[in-house]
Ligand binder design. Sequence first.
Ligand code: MOS
Length: 766
Amino acid sequence: RGRATTTSRSSLPNARSAARFCKRLRRVEEAVMIGRSPNRVDGPLKVGGRAPYAYEQWDAGQPLYGYIVGATIGKGRVTRIDTSPAERAPGVHMVMTHLDAPPQGARDESIPFEYWRALPTLSSPDIHHYGEPVALVVATTFEQARAAAHLVDVEYAAEPGHYDFTAHQDQEYAPEQLIAGLRPDTAIGDFEAGFDAAAIKVDQRYTTPYELSQAMEPPACLAVPEGDDLTVYVATQIVDAARASIAATLQAAGERIHIVTPYVGGGFGSKLRVHAEAMLAAFAARALRQPVKVAQTRQQTFHLTGLRPTSSQRVRLGADQDGRLVALGHEVTMHTNRHIEYAEPTATTTRSLYAAPHRLTRTRLVPLDLPRGEDVRAPGEAPGLLAVESAMDELADAVGMDPVELRIRNEPERDPERGVPFSDRHLVDCLREGARRFDWERRPAKPASLREGRWLVGYGVSAAIRGHFQGPATARVRLNVDGTAVVQSDMTDIGTGTYTILSQVAADELGLPLERVRVELGRSEFPASVGSGGSWGAANSSTAVHRAVEALREKLLIAATSDASSPLHGLDPAGAQFSGGNVHIGHRSEALSEIVARIQPDGVEAEGSTVWMMEDPNYASYSIHTCGAHFAEVRVDVDTAEIRLRRMLGVFSVGRVLNAKTARSQLIGGMIWGVGAALEEQGVVDTRSGAFVTRDLAHYLVPVHADVPEIDAVVLDGFDDKANVLGAKGLGELGICGAGAAVANAVFNATGARVRDFPITLDKLL
Ligand code: MOS
């Protein structure tokens, strides 16, 4: 996409040596702020209600309100649509349907990631899933739009659709590739022979339900037209993708679309791409030449944002008497929307987790007429580890071995499928440290043997692993004449703490206090990044900021040491230190503000970038992951099978942590989501209509405070020098990886009953 991929460098003769010295010095100066726990720099704005989210951009002009009318069939077509009663309703400005929606660009599958592709909306009478938009009503107020939406009269020719995953599994097919270009199938050695010959075998099938990422802020958009330009305030994880997708859909030039998204209320994959609300707000704003805002209602999010596919996973583990794996097989079948394929990388987690000479992973898709699958936090790893780490617990039980020891026994020396070394793997350390902290030795060796009154008590463990990804990101850093710095990138902060960690990195490396750095994010006019997603945002953007500061330091040092009027003139930049807003060389120093005033009073700028991991040799030479271990204690009522989590601990290895507080929050959030996956969450579809009947947070259960009495996440000290110069890896999605299996395994340890159909609800346990 033609973004800059190199750090801009001065061509002055001593530039290279200055850069080298900067690098050496950094190890001395770093870690004033990096790794510590400053509060979120955007915290006061957020808790004060002054952080404007997409729907709350009150200064952007008086908007009209759009309300989406969704299809009430799952498959078929609109045969007649009568909008006149709605058009006559109070306050209504427009009712748009497929009959008068603007011409749109088609979805282009040659674009590597879905998030950048067009999303045709109201583009034909055909219905591909229940809830698909059939009209948009625009009115003066939200209430008027919603009321009029009920007056839109739609007639359909319904066709029989496939809505039942179990009933249509015989129609499975092999996808060409998984998301991110991963291979759907792998085979090493001779799995079938290895498994047949194994002394101890586990061969089980696990099923996981539809799951949805329900961000606190539902997908929302305010589109403001101005001439040929359109400013789009939209909840998104990737600004560059939002711009590309909206431009491609509108058939507009990318430069005409301006994305603004300074604050995003959660994403978890659901805002990697923008959805129908963004396209419809854009259509209406252009048609009416007025600002229009459209949000999905909570109910609509269940059909209009993608969901995690339901899965059926066969796991086969063959081991010798000592629990050493000889054969490891993971075969996954998932649903996909019939028209827009989505293949979650669910079997891929198994590829780097345990040693075994004979290995097999396999992915198949069952086409259904349901909303399309999309990334939901830890896409693939979360459901994949639920199955594989349950199976490992079954193996420990079959071998008669402690499940922590079983995992340690199967620790690979190198990546077992790629054959390359791990960059920085401490799974065994996580397991041992977690076992120590959790008092794992108190676990009853025999299931259902520890009872406290009406409660059966059990302990469970699970491993966590997640690939570390890197994509292109550019950041710009400007040092102002007043001695403050400004960092700019189109990177987003989806509640994860981007503003804070980038402030920390820039402050440390410029030797400025945190409050003298201002981070500006989430605008398409800033240097482009691949945003927040796949747990790559923190590492990409902090590395880009680091490189930008590196280039900026170089400019400042060259200017100062080569300028006769500087106290640093003629000194060797090798001795330079940046601290307290000054550059020090030996006993002499000069204020950063003075250097800026002399060389460029309107501010000195530099940019820094990261590249796709395919272009980074470390990613070919090493297997780069984060990992961890989860421990859970549950109690189960002997009569009612009520399951209560008692406590949970995760110990993680993620390289270097940028902010200990936001890191822990991310990890705990993921772990809690894992509790939900084990015990509560499930999207239930009405297999007659293709409608989800769990359509709000009263029916789609997620853990609440009372479900999570005691939880902690601990991160081992680390630095992965193969991942990037800061040694940091993303951790947002690691917390959920494996977490549910620790809970499920604790339920087994408590009761002796194994439930393989998630979530583990009481009816299945009784
Ligand atoms: Mo990630 S699926 O963007 O949480």
